[in-house]
Write a protein that binds this ligand. Structure first.
Ligand SMILES: [Zn+2]
Length: 126
């Protein structure tokens, strides 16, 4: 019996929001802020086979920049506050939003790779 059939499926959204293991839903994905653990401490799933690489930062740059720059432009056009207000509000907002999105999107990509059994490509040399 495969270890994948021992656990009920975990929804990718749940993995994204809680950063849990995509197979068992109980182990943790990250050590520290966004560094992947080598494997799940509960079910033993090897996380090295599901590393999303640079996929998550691209989405973070697109989404966080769109939101923060959009809000900053709206604020400037609507209220025209001083420059220090922009630094005080949108600097920390950009950092916090980017870090939260990085973890969430990285976990979501890992969950989707695991669910769809995606693997790095290999060359078949016959
Ligand atoms: Zn696990």
């Amino acid at each position: 019996m495969s270890p994948d059939t021992l656990y009920p499926p975990v929804e990718p959204q749940r993995v994204a929001l809680s950063a849990c293991c995509p197979r068992c839903g109980r182990g943790r994905l990250f050590k520290g802020l966004s560094e992947l653990k080598p494997a799940c401490t509960v079910c033993g799933l090897d996380y090295q086979t599901v590393d999303p690489g640079d996929g998550a930062p691209i989405f973070v740059i697109l989404i966080a920049d769109f939101l923060v720059v959009g809000l900053a432009l709206y604020t400037e056009i609507t209220w025209s506050p001083g420059l220090w207000v922009h630094f005080l509000i949108f600097g920390p907002l950009a950092i916090i939003l980017s870090l939260w999105l990085l973890r969430s999107i990285k976990a979501l990509l890992i969950a989707l790779q695991y669910r769809n059994n995606a693997r790095p490509g290999t060359i078949d040399r016959g």
